[in-house]
Design a protein around this ligand. Structure first.
Ligand code: D5M
Ligand code: FE
Ligand code: ZN
Length: 543
């Protein structure tokens, strides 16, 4: 069996513990005798090399004259045969142009059309890699730009004391009220109570309480740094739709008229911090792409290894050449003790072994891919958000790829495109609390719109989403991102909200028993591919 594909060569090198540059693999694939070339490279790579570079390959191939032509059938690898049956047969060299999705409406994205633009890959790998040997654009690391923002790894100061909570909420209030200040002429709660009855007044505060009254109106109590003040939203004001969206502890502005005794504000309007409709997005100044994925769940019985291999195989094809970035939004491994009875569905029971296995899977990704990852609720870091980007022990296990490992949430600016990465635990809460049409598992991106509207990734405190107090509220969305990337709910969905592309990236884990019991049908084995120059998306299916 020849080593006839780039992907197979990558896998073979990974089996020997090596990562490889894409160019190195292309060179190996085009060697007259790929199998022998791979063997020689492995034999002769320096002991301390973690990745095979094109120089390593040239050192070997230049030693040998081009004595043979065409692929040879030597170098069988019995351990490698498993993946054969899972790779779609390569039948034609025709590459269908990926369909682009521009302004995708949310319903189009997940309901009215299949989200899948291209199935697997369709190119004949061997001939493509030959053809590409000379023309393959070299990845020039100098063209890359990747900057991390809002990373709190190593900066946790909270001790869980009362004062820490006060500081976090003050910071939330400060930064989000700033967003609202230009829109309403607000006064502190204390001052509003002193204003004459019947005055027009506005307040910005964190939602302290929201409940409906017997007569069908709503009482919304806001809190600022001076105190609390109640607002009454009458049912005939046409604000029901907005009231439906209110979550506890989020920052909100209310405008209205004070009652005669100045004890309550009759609301005329409600304002969320929101994203301006005029938000202008950044763009890369060359054609380059990022794969946005999450929820790999290595270690679970349901981890879809075959789909993962197909994905990483594809990354080695010429078609995936522009995919220079891989953004991973958490749940790298299945973890242990995350949910009741989870141990019954574990293939790997030790958390460190799970990360070792994950690292092996990561090695299949081309070595020159820039990787950024944040943790999720299944990962081995504290559950409370913001979650720091792993301890040194776990980092060293995952350190096969020079990945940037940062906190959840964090922002990544990739060649001018600001991507907000957040695992997404609060999406469960948004979906549970808001009406179906505003947020559902079938349209996870709509729940993401709500977080953008609130300019906070996890507004509610004390509920399903654990929040850790810190010196500042790292969960505030201070700067409007161009792309918002989450996972967690294991559903694929994307769409644009005020020019911001929201993408929930599905998973690599088939349906678990729990998911079956609650009718969650996961979208597993998809990779959304984002054009960083146009912000258009293509979703590829590997399952
Ligand atoms: O969660 C994947 C999705 O499934 C997310 O929406 C939560 C939900 N989920 C999964 N297992 C459970 C249990 N046992 N209880 C409650 N909700 C659950 P992930 O955390 O990525 O596995
Ligand atoms: Fe998950
Ligand atoms: Zn999760």
């Amino acid at each position: 069996m020849p080593l006839e594909s780039n992907a197979r060569i990558a896998k073979e090198l990974a089996r020997h513990g090596y990562n490889a540059e894409r160019e190195a693999i292309t060179l190996l694939a085009s060697a007259p005798d790929s199998a022998t070339a791979v063997e020689s490279v492995v034999d002769r790579a320096p002991d301390d090399a973690l990745r095979i570079t094109s120089d390593h390959v040239r050192a070997v191939t230049n030693d040998r004259s081009a004595s043979g032509t065409g692929p040879t059938s030597s170098g069988p690898d019995p351990t490698d045969s498993e993946s054969d049956s899972t790779v779609p047969a390569a039948e034609s060299t025709h590459e269908s142009p990926p369909t682009r999705n521009g302004d995708i409406s949310p319903s189009e994205a997940t309901k009215d059309r299949s989200p899948v633009e291209t199935e697997g890959y369709s190119s004949t790998l061997r001939s493509d890699s030959n053809r590409n040997t000379d023309s393959a654009p070299h990845h020039d690391p100098d063209l890359r730009e990747l900057e991390i923002g809002n990373d709190m790894t190593g900066r946790s100061t909270g001790t869980g004391e009362y004062g820490d909570f006060v500081r976090t909420f003050r910071d939330r209030y400060e930064r989000l009220s700033k967003v609202l200040r230009g829109r309403v002429n607000h006064r502190p709660a204390e001052a509003i109570a002193e204003m004459p009855g019947g005055s027009d007044a506005a307040m910005i505060g964190l939602v302290n309480d929201v409940r409906s009254t017997k007569s069908g109106h709503w009482l919304v109590e806001l809190e600022d740094t001076t105190g609390t003040f109640p607002a009454l939203v009458m049912k005939d004001k046409g604000l029901a739709d907005l009231v439906d969206e209110i979550l506890m502890d989020e920052c909100l502005a209310v405008e209205g008229t004070l009652a005669d005794d100045s004890g309550i504000l009759f609301a005329d309007s409600l304002h969320f911090p929101d994203v301006p409709r005029t938000h202008r997005t950044g763009a890369a100044d060359r054609h380059v792409q990022a794969a946005l994925i999450s929820d790999i769940h290595v270690g679970s019985d349901e981890f879809m290894a075959d789909a993962w291999h197909r994905f990483t195989d594809w990354l080695h094809t010429p078609e995936a050449e522009p995919v220079e970035y891989l953004l991973l939004a958490g749940d790298m491994v299945e973890g242990v003790g995350v949910y009741p009875n989870q141990d019954e569905e574990l293939e790997i029971v030790d958390i460190y072994d799970q990360y070792e296995a994950f690292a092996e899977h990561l090695k299949e990704v081309p070595a020159d891919t820039e990787i950024v990852m944040i943790p999720g609720n299944h990962d081995a870091v504290r559950l409370a958000e913001p979650q720091p980007g792993f301890n040194d022990e776990i980092r060293s296990i995952m350190d096969v790829h020079d990945a940037q490992i940062v906190s959840n949430p964090a922002t990544v600016t990739v060649e001018g495109v600001d991507v907000l990465m957040y695992h997404g635990v609060s999406l469960d809460e948004v979906i549970a609390e808001l009406p179906e049409e505003k947020a559902s598992y079938d349209e996870p991106h709509k729940a993401m719109y709500q977080l953008l509207k609130k300019r906070h990734v996890a507004p509610q405190f004390g509920g399903h989403t654990r929040v850790a107090p810190e010196e500042r509220d790292y969960l505030v969305i201070e700067d409007v991102p161009d792309v918002f990337h989450t996972g967690h709910v294991h559903k694929l969905g994307w769409g644009k909200y005020h020019n911001v592309l929201a993408v929930n990236s599905g998973c690599w884990q088939a349906q678990t028993d729990f998911q079956k019991s609650v009718n969650i049908d996961p979208d597993a084995g998809y990779a959304p591919i984002l054009d960083l120059d146009t912000l258009e998306m293509t979703v590829r299916k590997f399952s």
